[in-house]
Design a binder for this molecule. Structure first.
Ligand code: MD3
Ligand code: FE
Length: 207
């Protein structure tokens, strides 16, 4: 606990969990607005498999995947329209969380929204599709709890597990920006705000 009643947990150089930083901001309702305009969908991997996590985006750029590869696009391939604008509450939360973790003036242009249902996981990977590796990534967990796996910059580095609950925010930057990470298989359960699902917002500077 710091002076302001915040629980901050450094988990590596450049990585910090801000427990409960995103409570009571109405974010789940904002996700509903975004997904009304740009529905959650399963992308295909470049290898032709379906990604288990359902995804959508808001902001100037959205992360997409298909047979042609992973990239950021200004238009939703499902609707052929620009991605919905990033809600102001999202933008402010991302900026405030980054500042709290020591990264001033974070101005994300992309927010990937991941939706997990029980039985779905995200395997270990690195995030390396962004143009600005100097900017941090801010991630917000909503709904069902999950176990996050965090390793080093080498695939073979040991992995540490961290529980993430509704309202927890994690900021990753500097030496942690290219760390391998993933999410273990979501356990069954129900959350009052999201039902049988976990939602993760990932804010990035993609351009
Ligand atoms: C560590 N999402 O969308 S967020 C992803 O919970 C992704 O949905 C996970 O990994 C999720 O790419 C984890 C936490 C996260 C995001 C980006 C990172 C951790 C990171 C980038 C570098 C290191
Ligand atoms: Fe990732």
């Amino acid at each position: 606990m710091d002076l302001f009643g915040q629980r901050n947990e450094p988990i590596a150089t450049g990585a910090m969990i801000l427990r409960g930083f995103a409570l009571d901001l109405g974010l789940v309702a904002d996700v509903g607005q975004v997904s009304d305009a740009a529905p959650f969908r399963h992308f295909q991997t470049p290898g032709g498999r379906q990604i288990g996590v359902e995804m959508t985006n808001c902001g100037a750029l959205g992360w997409v995947s298909d047979r042609r590869g992973y990239r950021y696009e200004p238009h939703d391939p499902l609707t052929d329209r620009p991605w919905p604008r990033m809600p102001q509450a999202f933008r402010e939360l991302a900026r405030d969380a980054a500042a709290r973790a020591g990264f001033a003036d974070f101005a994300p242009d992309a927010c990937l929204i991941n939706r997990y249902v029980p039985g779905i996981k995200m395997g270990l990977h690195q995030d390396r599709d962004e143009g600005d590796m100097g900017a941090p990534i801010v991630s917000v967990s909503l709904g069902l709890p999950a176990t996050f796996q965090f390793g080093g910059t080498d695939r073979r580095d040991p992995v540490v597990r961290h529980p993430l609950d509704h309202g927890d925010v994690v900021v990753w930057g500097g030496p942690a920006r290219l760390a391998w990470h993933g999410v273990l298989t979501l356990k069954d359960g129900a959350h009052p705000e999201t039902g049988r699902a976990r939602i993760n917002l990932t804010f990035r500077k993609a351009a």
